[in-house]
Design a protein around this ligand. Sequence first.
Ligand code: NAP
Length: 314
Amino acid sequence: MQGMTTQTTDYDVIVIGAGPGGMTAALYTSRSNLKTLVLEQGAPGGELLNTAEVENYPGFPMISGPELAQKMYEGSNRFGAEHKYGAVQSVEVKDGIKIVHAGKKSYTAKVVIIATGATHRKLDIPGEEEYQGRGVSYCAVCDGAFFTGKPLTVIGGGDSAVEEGTYLTQHASQVSIVHRRDELRAQQVLVDRAVKNDHVDFIWKHIPVEIKGDENQVTHAVLKDVETGEIFEKETSGVFVYVGLIPVSEPFKGLGITDEDGWIETNELMETAVPGIFAVGDVRKKQLRQIATAVGDGSQAGQSAYNYFQELED
Ligand code: NAP
């Protein structure tokens, strides 16, 4: 590690991903005078951009996801962190230096903080891909308004399905939440709100097996009773899928820092198995995936990165 201090790199720290975890890490590293680059392949905000209302982030009784994303973005730049577009394909480590390959460009740094988050799992059933963008959606805040006055179907029983399903009643005539069990895993506060809403109903112990439509858009969700195997076709104008998350960690497979499902393993200092590579937020193997926990991870990684540089100089 000693020799690495003398080598020059493009940046001290490269943060990959500009969700709440990545933006917080960048705020902390730049505030510690570390030259920081944030690479992001979309707009800054991550999953916040797909979240209609945030009511469990301290300091804001209620704020829209995109508005909170904008505030975090402004905050993360305040101490000089640079933001660039970059779709990262891989990270190499040579003599402790990290080389981040993003399209035709490569950047070097002594520290990399991975904050790539997670993406929505798909159902992998006939019709899902065919009707994506024509009734099949993974984002209520993006697509809900296309279904004003129409019946919708939401698949899943977690926080996302129940929260976004309830949000969709602002537009839809009725929202049916289809869950494979008869017990939801969503937080009680979200369940209570959905149960009280006259425009939400639940179809228990069913799974979708096909999404059907005409030449333009979705017309039916084909549902199967998991106990009897009975099948019925439910009329619907759209199917919103919220059946969990998969980590965005493909570019880091070669580093040996992921578990068998692709989640990145860290200790409580956000250190991975590779010195100088940290991971934060939803991509990390952990219990609670929230904006607040991503921000906590980001601040810890920022401090750990600073400590890493201090040790290099010793
Ligand atoms: P999740 O908690 O993993 O829930 C996924 C749901 O989909 C489960 O109910 C699961 O059923 C069901 N499911 C999984 N595979 C299925 C399949 N093939 N067919 C039908 N149903 C299937 O995912 P999430 O709701 O997207 O939440 C992800 C994370 O974000 C969680 O940590 C959550 O707490 C967090 N989050 C928090 C908030 C908030 O705090 N306001 C909002 C959104 C998300 P089983 O229950 O039977 O497994």
